[in-house]
Design a protein around this ligand. Structure first.
Ligand code: SAH
Length: 388
């Protein structure tokens, strides 16, 4: 069966030439016979071949490029891509029990996320095309890794843009939700079915380790989730306070704390904006502060609000840092570039009357690869700053 052909504009072809993998609907001249989620051949008006892509009948991102090759994108091709992703993880996450096995566009498998938590795999298929490949993906994972369980966490709003339902459940193997995972020598409980994202924020694994290096004194972990940073800091600090608005997350944090026999941690359920404002007014002081808020700018239209959010958080945190203290500050909005983020943090430092050195400029863990020509894949910024 030959795949349908989609004709793209000159600008669409230029996107491909520029190394990007998304082509917008405005650059589709003729979708031909393409149906929702089909793997299609791309051609331009002069019938020149441009590659093969996943077609979406709904999203503004109409096409996601799979390959520039003529070779059919079949099960064997898909398995090779997953194997290629797995081989990078052996190099960059060899020691980790939990890591991102497949990071969508970053692994040339657009809109596919596979997170591994030891024997359990959690899958997200976020477009019509990738959703249709789900049975093949499950089969490849079973064949390659013999997992105890494969879950789907497709309960994410972006699926709505594709006209796909939000759903979660077990795709293969045991119905398990909680797993105990070691990270950087600490034990953590993750709730794969009930937690945020796929259960954990694996993109911060290397940053949590980096933060530990500088941690000292009295520490504060804002947007703590299940205590990822907080537990890392605890071994080096006198005391650590983890703050988050989610009681479920804090319950897991408490359980992981007990698992590690740590006694110098406390947890507070609060809105971090309110908490920081109050702590600043009370003239609280800390030696180590982590700020890891959720993405404030999910859309470009939210950039201004995001800027204000980052400014306020970083201003308050910098005001409360003791001399020689460290701020580990993060942004996971891909619309906010590293340059923008440095600018907003600099504005916060000026307002806080603090002199600050940039000790490290970091990004997402290496199991979340950045595709050089797709800026959206570089989404996480993590600055480690020292206040004079
Ligand atoms: N630092 C964590 C990940 C943080 S994810 C880790 O390393 O695992 C962002 C967290 O912010 C989520 O746990 C979410 O519950 C929390 N959150 C979102 N908005 C918040 C707010 N206004 N105040 C406090 N917590 C918030």
């Amino acid at each position: 069966m030959s795949s349908p052909t989609v004709t793209i504009s000159q600008r669409g072809a230029e996107r491909v030439l520029s190394g990007h993998v998304w082509i917008y609907r405005a650059d589709v001249l003729d979708a031909g016979e393409a149906g929702p989620g089909d793997i299609v051949r791309l051609q331009d008006r002069r019938e020149q071949f441009w590659g093969q892509a996943l077609y979406s009948s709904k999203s503004q991102i109409a096409l996601r490029l799979l390959t520039r090759d003529e070779r059919p994108f079949d099960g064997a091709f898909l398995a090779e891509r997953i194997a290629m992703a797995a081989s990078l993880r052996q190099q960059v996450a060899g020691e980790a029990q939990a890591y991102r096995l497949v990071s969508a566009e970053g692994d040339l498998l657009p809109s596919l996320i596979i997170d591994r938590y030891g024997p359990c795999f959690v899958v997200q298929t976020l477009t019509q095309g990738m959703d249709r490949l789900k049975p093949q993906i499950v089969e490849i994972l079973q064949r390659t890794f013999s997992p105890r369980s494969i879950l789907e966490r497709n309960d994410v709003a972006v699926r709505g843009l594709e006209g796909l339902p939000e759903q979660k459940g077990t795709l293969a193997g045991d119905d398990i939700s909680e797993v105990e995972i070691e990270e950087n020598g600490l034990r953590f409980i993750f709730d794969l079915m009930g937690g945020q994202k796929t259960g954990g924020f694996l993109d911060q694994r290397e940053n949590r380790l980096a933060a530990r290096q500088y941690a000292h004194g009295r520490a504060l972990d804002c947007f703590s989730y299940t205590g990822g940073f907080a537990l890392h800091l605890a071994g080096k600090c006198g005391s650590v306070l983890g703050v988050d608005s989610s009681p479920e997350a804090l319950n897991l944090a408490r359980r992981s704390q007990r698992l590690n026999g740590l006694t110098n941690l406390e947890w507070k359920e609060a809105n971090c904006f309110d908490f920081l404002k109050a702590a600043d007014l009370e003239k609280q002081r800390y030696d180590t502060i982590v700020l890891d808020p959720p993405a404030f700018a999910r859309q470009k239209s939210k950039l201004e609000a995001a800027w204000r959010g980052y400014k306020e958080l970083n201003l308050r945190a910098l005001k409360m840092l003791n001399p020689g203290g460290f701020l580990i500050t993060c942004s996971c909005s891909h619309h906010v570039s590293e340059a923008d983020f440095l600018e907003v943090v600099a504005a916060a430092a000026l307002d806080a009357h603090r002199t600050v050195t940039v000790v490290e400029r970091r990004t997402q863990s290496r199991d979340h690869p950045i595709l050089l020509t797709v800026p959206e894949t570089h989404y996480l910024k993590c600055l480690i700053l020292r206040a004079v």
